[in-house]
Each structure stands twice: as C-alpha cells, then as structure tokens.
Design a protein around this ligand. Sequence first.
Ligand SMILES: [Zn+2]
Length: 252
Amino acid sequence: MKSYYLGELTWQEVEEFLKTHDTVIIPAGSCEQHGPHLPLDTDAYDAFWLSLKAAEKARCALVAPPIYYGVSIHHMGFPGTVTLSPQTLEQMAYEVSVCLIKHGFKKILFENGHGGNTPALESAAQRVKAETGAFVAIDSVSLIPDFLEKFIETPYDAHAGEFETSTTLANRENFVVKEKIRKPKLTLPKLKYAKIGLKEAGPKVSWAFMTREISDTGVIGDPTKASREKGEKAWRLAIERLADLLKQLDEM
Ligand SMILES: [Zn+2]
C-alpha cells in the first residue's frame, strides 16, 4: 500500500483494499486550549498520528480523515477553542461510519484523543451497531492503563499536564512552548469523590466543570513533570497495542 490514509488513496485502491480487509479507523479530536504551552489541535493531531502509525504497523486497516472538532464546551473560556454540540459530533460520527459501512467496511474503530467526545461517540457507536450490525469500538487512551499507572507521577493529570506534554514532546517537540510550562493553580470542588484525571481510581463521581473556574492556565495536571522519554514510551506502547487490536479486528 502506498498509504494507509484513506484520503490519499483513489477509489479503486479502496475497492481493492476492501477485497481482503474491512477495518477502518475514524480518529476524533478537538480544537481546544491546551494551556499556554501546547497547540490547540493536540487531541486531533495525536489521534490521527497514532492511528496512522498503528495502521502502518498492522497493514490491515485504513485511517479515515479525522474529525478535527470535538465537544469542548468546558474549554470555551479560552481563545481559539471551537466546540461542537454532543448531538453534532454524534451525528457526524454516525454518518461518516454509515458511509464507510456502505462501501464494505464492517469494523469501525473510533480512535478518540479527547475525553469530552466519549459520550457522543458511545452514543454514535450504539446507533451504528443497532442499524447496520457493524462492529464498533472506541479507544480513548484506554489501551495503556499500565503505562499511566507506572510512569505518570502526578495526581489529577487530565489535560495538557504530565501525560499530554510528554506525548507532544515526543511527536511534535517544536510546537511545545517550553518557557511557558508551569504548574497551574487548581481550584477543585471540596468533595472527596469528585476526582479528575487519566489514572484516578474510584470510588468517584464524574462532574461537569468549566476549565476557567478550576485552573488558572487551562492546564489540569503538572506539565513540569513531563519528559520526551515518557512520551516516547507511551507512544511505543500505544502503537503496539493499537496495531495488535487492528490485527485482531482483521481476523474477527
Ligand atoms: Zn488533549
């Protein structure tokens, strides 16, 4: 294959690919503030980047053009952020899936780079399954819990903190504004069950927030603990696991 990105192929190349494989990844991200030091498109860029790396390794799935906007209403207090309503994202994910299924794809993977998209993507996945019978899976940084447990040192690491700064240092270092990296001042609700973060374990409740009200910089977590080495480790493991998942989907 000259490329595993569907957007770079011709219709005849897609037709040919579908004779032997039927998995497609739809990356989903966001255009939202990522603190004073990371690019607005971090979630979309990373979801697309990871999808392509894994597809190139597995050689049995194509990557559709990413959904570059997501549900980011909680970040709207910061310039540059664009949000879709959950209904719009759900509908877009649903319609893109149905088109791809119409051409012969039978397994869809939403590779999701932004936690705020998860409810809408889950809802789209249910509809696609119920109406077409296709298999739909969602990965929202959910394949590397062991990495997070072992290498992410800081509590409440949810947004533009230790994890995302490390992964951006590893795949787009020139877009990290290093002199602006600092620990934010967080004002979290005084409830012991209201936790936030990629690796916070339960018991816990989820809660709605506006980032401006809980973080002075937009960061939730501690980016001063980030390193390029941690990011490279995370990417290696994420690519390996995602490629493994693609091979399993191919054989299903
Ligand atoms: Zn992000």
